[in-house]
Design a protein around this ligand. Structure first.
Ligand code: ZN
Length: 335
């Protein structure tokens, strides 16, 4: 588990991007480039102790798009920019380089949700760069949910701003303003987090969120796949696939289960923990062979806090349903 050593710098990133126009030919596949970055905004939150925080002045840079040069109307409605505006700005690589210099050396990259990171990676790839970003990433959205409301609902930035009564000084959807609001929210979340942790410590309970579980390495994209033997029944194939001892694809450390295998529709899901590389999710599906027998295929991959919460939710839903149907003598699944 990661230990927090003060001071810690959080770089809160907020990107704005343009999207392809529906039904219009695009110079690149929208699958490869779902959105092209047109603005990079960021604010640094420096934490010197559990109650000493400071915000930097915002970083903001306008990026001139190379692929999606016509403003998508839906996007324009949200961020209030026109096609004319897209003729100005720096090239992406130059702008990104300035951003990285501004970030400095040792920091935790943060954003609201995980879409900024995936858009950033796709933009790096399209410019022939390795799709690698900072190796510590904190998604503020699920952490806010857990700390502020103990919910897995995906709240908007403006919801969280209202929740903490952060004074609104400007419209949303301008990258550096959004980054500023997100940094203010993160500060409130961290203050609450340390109060919760301290209270849990005094009361000797373990029921508090673990900050390090929300920090993931977005560059760990390694996936592991495996297959069961073939069986006449789907059930046997799935059970066989579950017997595989799972280890971390990076360090080979044997994984501890956070949630053991449970079925969700036609899929079986699970959550695992590597001490060094954090949370992974497992997925098993049964498949039919042309000879009408069955095998099961398994997949193990790294997940961020948000996706892990999602698996937790499915598990909870299932258990709630179960307890409505029949009274179980004891809870079957292990936590
Ligand atoms: Zn590992």
């Amino acid at each position: 588990m990661e230990q927090i050593n003060f001071p810690v710098t959080f770089v809160v990133l907020d990107l704005e991007w343009n999207q392809p126009i529906p039904n219009m030919p695009t110079p690149v596949s929208p699958k490869e480039l779902p959105g092209e970055i047109i603005e990079i905004g960021a604010v640094k939150l420096t934490m010197r102790s559990e109650n000493d925080y400071s915000l930097s002045s915002p970083f903001s840079i306008i990026v001139k798009p190379e692929y999606y040069k016509i403003m998508n109307r839906q996007v324009s409605r949200v961020i209030n920019r026109s096609t004319d505006d897209l003729r100005h700005g720096l090239g992406f690589l130059q702008a990104y380089d300035m951003f990285l210099k501004w970030c400095g050396e040792d920091y935790i990259l943060c954003a609201w949700g995980d879409s900024d990171i995936s858009i950033l990676k796709s933009n790096l790839k399209i410019h022939n760069q390795p799709a690698e970003v900072n190796d510590r990433f904190l998604d503020v959205q699920p952490l806010f949910g857990r700390v502020a409301e103990d919910t897995a609902h995906q709240r908007s930035v403006s919801y969280a701003v209202d929740f903490y009564r952060i004074p609104k000084t400007d419209d949303f959807h301008n990258a550096d303003r959004d980054a500023y609001y997100e940094a203010c929210i993160l500060k409130e979340v961290l203050i609450d987090y340390f109060v919760m942790t301290e209270k849990a410590r005094q009361e000797g309970t373990k029921d508090y969120p673990n900050l390090s579980q929300y920090i993931s390495n977005p560059n760990l994209t390694t996936q592991v796949h495996w297959k069961s033997n073939t069986y006449p029944s789907e059930k046997d194939a799935v059970e066989d696939a579950m017997k595989v001892k799972l280890s971390c694809p990076i360090c080979s450390f044997e994984l501890d289960p956070i949630l053991n295998w449970f079925s969700s529709g036609h899929t079986w899901l699970s959550l695992w923990q590597c001490e060094t590389h954090n949370t992974l999710t497992g997925k098993i599906r049964a498949k039919k062979t042309p000879q009408q027998s069955f095998y099961a295929s398994g997949q193990l991959r790294f997940v961020n806090g948000n996706a892990a919460r999602h698996v937790h939710e499915k598990w909870q839903e299932k258990n709630e349903k179960k307890s409505e149907e029949v009274e179980l003598p004891e809870k079957q699944a292990e936590m």
